[in-house]
Design a protein around this ligand. Structure first.
Ligand code: KE4
Length: 425
């Protein structure tokens, strides 16, 4: 591991924590991160010449696997025509059409450069549309790092146990109400008392930022009914679930129609793209059509649009999600059996091709129950997998992903490694 360690040491002198996003620092698993040299298909290769089957896939975007030839080819052509013009192009129309076709609840969509920008902007629009200030989010859900959303957030904020980040003024946090995920009673109570002040509810319909926590079907239905009844904008943050749990996202998977949707990750095919959209009457609030301001120098740039378009064109093909579902089912079954054979009690949850194994016997239904997982066992498991050439998310409170480039052989190898790693922990 010496090259990675040397690079990490140097990186720490220049970049906070040596990384440009906290979860990459491997702090939750108590070791230095691996530095990546290149990636292809289902594999990534670190600077010390080690090969890994990759289940992080850049935290979700690479549903085709790394450096898909069609995406690389299209980008090579696009780059010859310039990288960004700061002016509209037909590519933005093409990606918007693909997205709106896949998400009938969205009548208009605005491209941005990250999931954070998407959720931050969607909330501003919901506040502008309703004239109300308060936002409901759920414990453990992570919607990016906009100030008002870093309250009992998931992902790195949970991993490092600082759900309420310093630097967020009390006045911001006061407008954010956090409730337990899957708790219809608490939801009903707060909406009934606060209904006049609540602009929107934002939710990860499947929570990928405390691992992988599935909604109780009644919970999403209750949420939709209550928000509908009180004119509260329901925002589905599908940055992770979009084009992941199904081509039409969790809203198709569970049959719930939100008022607004945030997307990211897959729609950029590995380049920086976020998007938010929804009903025409809400999106007509967005500048320059309406008074709610939001902008971005590189929003909708031709390279990112090209990568997104190529990716969606490929995954929209017949049979894609059946193929992904089959392989993901095999992996889930294999991991569960491997743990059993090794005598380790785990809980494995999956929605489409996002999944997570918890080291707990509790049913994981929310932030509290996710936190019952034995994170020290998790970090031993992580290291056991890494040394056997399997790269899973370096935190118990993150989801793992599968791609179209993963093969049965990859899955068999992963299950075998998991059995050995489970035995070690
Ligand atoms: P970005 O700003 O990182 O593009 O998206 C923020 C975001 C919004 N909503 C959901 C549901 C998300 O999962 C994310 C980002 N996910 C994390 C992984 N848990 C990105 C990885 C990272 O922070 O490095």
């Amino acid at each position: 591991m010496e090259k990675s360690d040397r690079l990490f040491k140097r990186a720490c002198e220049l970049i906070p924590g040596g990384v440009n996003s906290p979860v990459r620092a491997f702090r939750a698993v108590g070791r230095n991160p691996i530095f990546i040299d290149r990636a292809k298909g289902s594999k990534i290769y670190d600077v010390d010449g080690n090969t890994y089957i990759d289940y992080v896939l850049s935290w979700g975007p690479l549903i085709l696997g790394h450096s898909h030839p069609k995406v690389v080819g299209a980008l090579k052509k696009a780059i010859e025509r310039g990288t960004s013009y700061g002016a509209p192009t037909s590519l933005e129309i093409e990606l918007a059409e693909l997205i709106l076709e896949a998400y009938p609840s969205m009548e208009k969509v605005r491209m941005v450069n990250s999931g954070t920008e998407a959720t931050m902007s969607a909330i501003r629009v919901a506040r502008g549309f309703t004239g109300r200030d308060k936002v409901i989010k759920f414990e453990g859900c992570y919607h990016g790092h906009a100030d008002g959303l870093l309250v009992k957030a998931g992902s790195g904020a949970t991993t490092f146990g600082v759900p309420d980040s310093p630097g967020v003024p009390k006045s911001y946090a006061r407008n954010t109400i956090t409730l337990p995920f899957n708790d219809g009673t608490a939801l009903k109570k707060v909406i009934t008392t606060e209904r006049k002040n609540i602009a929107c509810v934002i939710i990860e319909p499947v929570v990928g930022n405390i691992g992988c926590v599935l909604p109780r079907p009644s919970f999403l239905e209750t949420l939709r009914e209550l928000t509908e009844k009180h004119g509260i904008v329901l925002i589905f943050d599908e940055v992770m679930t979009g084009f992941r749990v199904a081509y039409g996202g969790a809203q198709a998977y569970y049959g719930i129609k939100p008022d607004m949707t945030c997307l990211g990750k897959v729609i950029g095919g590995g380049l920086p793209v976020g998007a938010y959209g929804g009903k025409k009457e809400i999106m007509s609030m967005v500048s320059p059509e309406g008074p709610v301001y939001q902008a971005g120098t590189l929003s909708g740039n031709p390279l990112a649009m090209t990568a997104g378009i190529e990716t969606l064109k490929i995954i929209s093909r017949e049979g894609t999600y059946e193929k992904l579902e089959q392989l993901a089912g095999l992996l889930e079954k294999g991991l569960t059996e491997a743990a059993k054979r090794a005598g380790v009690k785990i809980k494995c949850y999956r929605a489409g091709t996002m999944f997570c194994t918890y080291f707990t016997e509790a049913d994981v239904v929310d932030y509290k129950t996710a936190k019952t997982s034995d994170t020290s066992r998790f970090s031993k498991f992580f290291s056991g997998m890494l040394k056997r050439g399997i790269n899973i998310a370096p935190s118990q409170f993150e989801a793992n992903f599968l791609s179209l480039a993963h093969t049965r052989r990859d899955v068999e190898k992963t299950i075998k490694a998991a059995y050995e790693a489970f035995k070690e922990c």
